[in-house]
Design a protein around this ligand. Structure first.
Ligand code: S3P
Length: 393
């Protein structure tokens, strides 16, 4: 698909954004293996989550979509999944593949996970390694990429895993496998990552202990179906925030956005650049904190982005590169090596896109320095990556 974008600006208004993608995936997976019904509202019916829904249906779960955003999942219980009739195609979604691998590693049947060209090039050893330590048998292509062939009928055992990379997908894969493992499973993360899995497990009656950076749980616990209201996705709100900041005199309120502190790095980084962003009406929505986000057009200034915020803003760097391009002075990004293995190599994709629009970018292995300047028109490539497309648009 090619599309053309012309300059425009935001004025004022109140908007909402679609439901959180990470929480939507987890609602489908956990609701499926819970006992009883799970009612989900605010679901994101995007292709990634629909791939997870199709996979859960292929595993024998009845999921009824009542409207674009409301679902009812008839949970089959922890041990109720059935062998799928064929490979499970998870499309473009790394979250779906890595979490499903954890969920399926301890099932009594074999399964195969496949994906599109982008997903088929993404690293899976990060989950294969800990799951293998738990007793799983998972085969990938020789370079550790999908498809994944997961052998069933194995009894997993709990392990402690010190995660070498800060990744909520790895943490969640190990915890989901831990539901089916004997004894205690624990993970220590090197930096805080999104904790939606832990929160949702807790809400479904699973005892999960969190002690600093270590999350632990005992296998064999049952999940109880629940109501899961899903907040708006801060990662999607980021594009509205950015558009508002860069429009003259604009003021926009974005209602009911998830502001889980494991996700709000983008707000801290933009504020450090001079953005006028306020959280109003902060409250708890299900298991997740939400707020209305009020943004006013602001003059941004470049800064050295604190690497400690990277795991809290991991999906927002394409948008932050654009903020940096529109800021006065230089912005230096570091600690971003994980961006090279997302849906595209996001450092390279954004450096290429911004340069084509007249912005100077010096790329480094783990980040980039972006010099603020004036955009000119041009032809850019999204590298088939939704966040790159949105940021450049
Ligand atoms: C996600 C975790 C992050 C993020 C992805 C969604 C999740 O990936 O980039 O978009 O839902 O757990 P990593 O855990 O690999 O950093």
């Amino acid at each position: 698909m090619d599309f053309k974008v012309r300059p425009a600006s935001f004025r004022s208004g109140t908007v909402t954004v679609p439901g959180d993608k990470s929480i939507s995936h987890r609602a489908l997976m956990l609701g499926s293996v819970a006992t009883g019904r799970t009612e989900v509202s605010g679901f994101l019916a995007g292709e990634d989550c629909l791939a997870t829904a199709a996979a859960m249906r292929a595993l024998g779960v009845r999921i009824e979509q009542l409207s674009a955003t409301d679902l009812v999942i008839d949970g089959v219980g922890r041990d109720g999944l059935r062998a799928p009739p064929g490979p499970l195609d998870l499309g473009n979604s790394g979250t779906a593949m890595r979490l499903m691998a954890g969920l399926l590693a301890g099932q009594p049947f074999d399964s195969v996970l496949t994906g599109d060209a982008s997903l088929s090039g993404r690293p899976m050893n990060r989950i294969i390694r800990p799951l293998t330590k738990m007793g799983a048998v998972i085969e990938s292509d020789c370079d550790g990429t999908p498809p994944l062939q997961i052998r069933g009928g194995l009894q997993l055992k709990g392990i402690h895993y010190d995660m070498p990379v800060a990744s909520a997908q790895v943490k969640s894969a190990v915890l989901l496998a831990g539901l089916y493992a004997g004894g205690e499973t624990s993970v220590t993360e090197p930096a805080v990552t999104r904790d939606h899995t832990e929160r949702m497990l807790g809400a479904m009656g699973v005892e999960v202990a969190v002690d600093g950076g270590t999350i632990s749980m005992v296998g064999g616990q049952e999940l109880r179906g629940n109501r899961i209201p899903i907040p708006g996705d801060l990662s999607s709100a980021t594009f509205i925030i950015l558009g508002t900041l860069l429009s003259q005199d604009a003021e926009i309120k974005i209602e009911n956005v998830g502001v889980n502190p494991t996700r709000t790095g983008v707000i801290d980084i933009l504020k450090a650049m001079g953005a006028d962003i306020r959280l109003e009406n902060t409250r708890i929505f299900g298991e997740e904190p939400v707020a209305d986000i009020r943004v006013r057009a602001s003059r941004l200034t470049g800064c050295d982005v604190d690497p400690a915020l990277v795991s809290l803003a991991i999906d927002e760097f394409p948008a932050l590169f654009v903020a940096a391009a529109a800021a006065e002075g230089e912005t230096c990004f570091s600690g971003l090596e994980e961006l090279r293995v997302k849906e595209s190599d996001r450092i390279a994709a954004m450096a290429d896109g911004l340069r084509r629009l007249g912005i100077a970018v010096d790329e480094a292995p783990d980040g980039a320095t972006v010099r603020g300047g004036d955009f000119r028109g041009g032809v850019v490539d999204s590298y088939h990556d939704h966040r790159v497309a949105m940021a450049l648009a």
